[in-house]
Design a protein around this ligand. Structure first.
Ligand code: FES
Length: 109
């Protein structure tokens, strides 16, 4: 596994998120109560940018059809819906985050 520097802790205050591109992956870094997590930015359903989504009770809500993901694990907590029909959506991939000083690193591979 290789770690890449993605942010400085000071630019990612509590409740905020940052989108980064590493190779062919878009990754979302989230500060949840001063713990840092990294998950795929693109929703596995139809590619909604979760950076545009909202954080609610430790969960990330897709802006397109409302699927809800656990920020810590990437697991789907609730599938969203289109015209009241539940969509089929996979879990997000979650990535390890390492902190060195004020630098945040995400591990890939
Ligand atoms: S694109 Fe995210 S729920 Fe449809």
């Amino acid at each position: 596994m290789e770690y890449f520097k993605v942010a400085d802790k000071n630019e990612l205050t509590k409740g905020n998120k940052k989108k980064v591109t590493l190779g062919d992956k878009e990754i979302l870094i989230i500060n949840l109560d001063d713990q840092y997590y990294a998950v795929d930015n693109l929703c596995p359903h139809m590619g909604g940018s979760l950076f545009e989504g909202t954080i609610k009770d430790g969960q990330l809500v897709c802006p397109r059809h409302g699927s809800v993901f656990d920020i810590k694990t990437g697991k789907v907590m609730e599938a969203g819906s289109i015209l009241f029909i539940k969509v089929k959506v996979d879990n997000l991939h979650s990535y390890p985050v390492k902190i060195e000083g004020t630098d945040l690193y995400v591990g890939i591979g």
